[in-house]
Design a protein around this ligand. Structure first.
Ligand SMILES: Nc1ncnc2c1ncn2[C@@H]1O[C@H](COP(=O)(O)OP(=O)(O)OP(=O)(O)O)[C@@H](O)[C@H]1O
Ligand SMILES: [Zn+2]
Length: 768
């Protein structure tokens, strides 16, 4: 949309004749009206010899918006000739914000694709993708650098100058590199006056350069280099598959399905070595939780120049890494989800480790999935993409099977390193073996006791933090909920408070029922704090560490806890899903799953998949050494297919049972899903708005003759959050394009009323 078509009708025919072409910038806005706006580029901003004020794609510019010419900042996404007529000329840009382009042409194309794919305004995507530290050039400042022009240097001795000025000129001419004002004054031992006098006379020239203020920041810590390991046959075959694509220099997606402990990391490390030997860069995406110094250390052992990107970085650090990457100074970028946007100049390979993890999906706009963005990016740049997991997402798995629209190449690693056996899993049926009190059944207790006597270590998984997970009154049935959310409050004993895990609202724990004043109010349900207390009570003198969001608040605490466990100072490690992944400790001889059912009953079509993944992953933390290992899984639902498959470490069995159910319902991976979530303080307003959206969507679908099914509108599973009501509307279709077309016609044009906010989530992973 050009700026004129936003407000004006088409120009009459006689006016078109008077149009001439002017050099224009197409601009998109990070907030405010969506769409693209054209502005004339003034001559002063079209001169590449003045790089500071040059308009080019990827820089931000200042522009007047709309009738009132409100000043806005937007991203220039294209430059080219555009028609402009004398009576309605294109408005000129007012200024240039960035002295360099923030976004490469290929990144502009990628963000454009995201804008279309996720129905998010392009400007908003760009603002979400370029880190704020990069936009603000954090940690750098302008420095004026002085030098002696060559012409002057040649006739230095012939110059008649006051002594101080002569000293200054001598010193600067003798310097091997340009000096700042302060450096030069210090070197000569003078004030700035003689220097400025020389500048005025043109005997010293100056230029401004952007330099890091943190010039002394420690570079990569030196780590002892490790040689590549000798691959076993499964690893070698997988590496060959990847290298075939690397050497061909073509895009291909390779799904590496290797059981836990099969040595997937070593395979992609060696693939990256090849990529680096070609002078290209690799990007490795890992779940945020894996970004520990240990994981990073594995890369440092093998590569000289790596960059780490994660969400806890300061703006200064992030900007510094970004610049190193863009300058081509980095061989491997290791990072969480957003590292998929790393500005590598010659990308050679992208790897997504633990591809099934939900942390690869961003839950704020732009709501992208790093797997899908990586697929699009590697396709556009013609490089291979490697997805690795012991429990692949069904989306990726389906693409590796015959008949899928998208074809991934499957590389299987069905055996553990050293041919170690998979650990034996025993199921404890809590309906039979559950004791009236406590979290640890008798079989689990006995196994723990044995493991400790044999000098082994233990991991216990319980995926709920806090002490008691609900507070209820048996007399009247009252259940304590958050004042602001439709969510049960969790009792935290350390803080002696009941806490909402969604909005962090806290209050004093009630001693009588707030409703009927009964003193019999009960604190029930098992969280990690209560489990810790039980373990301490039943295994006196044994060192226990708890890892959950409460104990892992401080930076580095993750590291400290895992180090203590690695060195055997901690015998029992218990915690939420953050202990279930990636850990490689050979002395863990027992894994206990306190409740395999915690995710099973969530209102989410992926509940079974999540349960299978979690149990399989945590079971995979044992039996990784010569001493073997065993797993005890406690459940009220021992016959559930997801649990049965996890007990056998049998991914294919799980997939072959789950996929037909998904197909029958048209759920992903057989169809695309979109979810419209609306929230607001007024429930009637919300209902009216979503009903209207449903109507227009239905009409749009009918008119297009599209195969799109609507479910809802209905209250979202969490009906109230932070004081706002929430309703949602789901769309299912075999075709993503059909869903997007319907949303463009039926959702985008309906402006939500004041006080209602509406977002669309394409391929949602969060169903609450
Ligand atoms: N070829 C090899 N020879 C000897 N040891 C190896 C070899 N390849 C990998 N290893 C070691 O085997 C262990 C398991 O490897 P790794 O952690 O990469 O497995 P993984 O497949 O990523 O497992 P998970 O999915 O459980 O995280 C590591 O300690 C690794 O150093
Ligand atoms: Zn709350």
């Amino acid at each position: 949309m050009s700026q004129r078509s936003l407000f004006d009708a088409e120009p009459p025919a006689w006016e078109i004749d008077a149009q001439s072409m002017v050099l224009a910038a197409t601009v998109v806005l990070p907030s405010g009206p969506p769409g693209e706006f054209d502005y004339a580029i003034p001559d002063t901003m079209a001169d590449p010899r003045k790089p500071d004020v040059y308009v080019e794609p990827g820089r931000r510019v200042r522009a007047p918006l709309g009738r009132g010419n409100r000043p806005v900042v937007g991203y220039c996404v294209a430059v080219g000739p555009k028609p402009s007529s004398p009576s309605r000329p294109l408005k000129p840009l007012r200024g240039v914000l960035d002295p360099v382009s923030l976004v490469s042409p290929s990144m502009l194309r990628l963000t454009r694709w995201m804008a279309d794919h996720y129905l998010t305004p392009w400007g908003q995507v760009l603002e979400g993708v370029v880190p704020s530290g990069v936009r603000g050039r954090a940690g750098t400042r302008d420095v004026t650098l002085l030098s002696v022009p060559t012409k002057v240097a040649a006739r230095l001795t012939g110059l008649e100058l006051p002594p101080k000025q002569a000293d200054v000129l001598q010193a600067l001419a003798a310097s091997s590199k340009p000096l700042s004002l302060k450096q030069l004054a210090m070197r000569v031992g003078c004030t700035t006056a003689p220097i400025n006098a020389l500048r005025k006379r043109g005997l010293i020239e100056s230029r401004v350069e952007r330099l890091a203020t943190d010039g002394l920041l420690a570079e990569d810590v030196a780590v002892e280099r490790q040689p590549a390991k000798r691959l076993n046959p499964d690893q070698a075959r997988t590496l060959d598959t990847i290298l075939a694509a690397v050497d061909a220099g073509e895009h291909e997606t390779i799904l590496v399905h290797g059981v836990t402990g099969s040595g997937k990391t070593e395979v992609y490390l060696q693939a990256i070595e090849r990529v680096v030997s070609f002078g290209r860069q690799a990007i490795v995406l890992v779940p945020e939780i894996s970004l520990t110094p240990q994981t990073v250390g594995r890369f440092r052992e093998r590569f000289d120049r790596i960059a780490v990107l994660h969400s806890h970085q300061s703006d200064v650090e992030r900007h510094r890494q970004w610049r190193r990457i863009a300058a081509g100074d980095v061989e491997v970028v290791v990072g969480a989800r957003s590292a998929v946007f790393a500005p590598t100049p010659h990308l050679g390979l992208v790897v997504i480790d633990e591809e099934h993890e939900t942390t690869f999906k961003q839950d704020t706009a732009p709501r992208y999935h790093a797997r899908d963005v990586a697929l699009e990016r590697t396709r556009a740049e013609g490089v291979p993409l490697v997805l690795a997991s012991a429990t692949p997402s069904l989306e990726a798995w389906r693409c590796s099977q015959p008949g899928a629209p998208e074809r991934f190449r499957l590389a299987s690693m069905p055996r553990r390193i050293g041919d170690l056996p998979m650990p034996a899993v025993r199921v404890v049926d809590l309906r039979v073996d559950g004791e009236s009190r406590g979290a640890i059944s008798r079989p689990l207790y006995q196994a723990m006791d044995q493991a400790l006597r044999d000098d082994g270590q233990i991991i216990l998984l319980l995926n709920r933090r806090g002490y008691s997970t609900h507070v209820q009154c048996p007399a009247c049935g009252y259940a304590l909920k958050c004042d602001h959310c439709d969510v049960a409050m969790t009792f935290h004993r350390q803080d002696n408070a009941v806490v909402c895990h969604w909005c962090d609202y806290r209050s004093a724990p009630p001693t009588v029922c707030p409703d009927c004043r009964s003193p019999r109010i009960r604190y029930g349900g098992m969280g990690t704090q209560k489990l810790e207390a039980e373990v301490n009570a039943r295994f006196r003198g044994v060192s226990v560490t708890r890892m959950d969001a409460d104990t892992m608040r401080r930076p580095g605490s993750h590291e400290t806890a895992l180090d203590a466990f690695r060195h055997g100072e901690t015998r029992i490690l218990l915690g939420t899903q953050m202990i279930a992944k990636g850990l490689d400790f050979p002395n863990v001889t027992l894994v206990g799953v306190i409740s395999a059912d915690s995710a099973l009953n969530l209102p989410d079509f992926r509940a079974a998949e999540r349960t299978f993944q979690l149990v399989t992953q945590v079971a995979g933390r044992t039996g990784r050494g010569e001493r073997g290992g065993r797993v005890i899984v406690q459940t009220f639902d021992p016959d559930h297919p997801a649990i049965l498959a996890a007990v056998r470490h049998d991914y294919e069995r799980f997939a072959s049972e789950e996929l037909p159910a998904r197909r029958a319902l048209g759920y992903p991976p057989f169809g695309v899903m979109a979810r419209i979530i609306a929230r607001g303080a007024s429930e009637p307003l919300l209902t009216a708005y979503l009903d209207q959206v449903a109507e227009t969507l239905k009409r749009a679908v009918q008119e297009a003759g599209a195969k799109v099914r609507l479910v809802g509108p209905a209250p979202a599973p969490i009906t109230r959050l932070r004081g706002e009501f929430r309703r949602h509307l789901q769309m299912h279709s075999p075709s993503g394009d059909a869903v997007r077309a319907a949303l463009r016609a039926g959702w985008l044009p309906i402006k939500p009323p004041e006080g209602v906010r509406s977002v669309v989530d394409i391929d949602p992973t969060d169903m609450l």
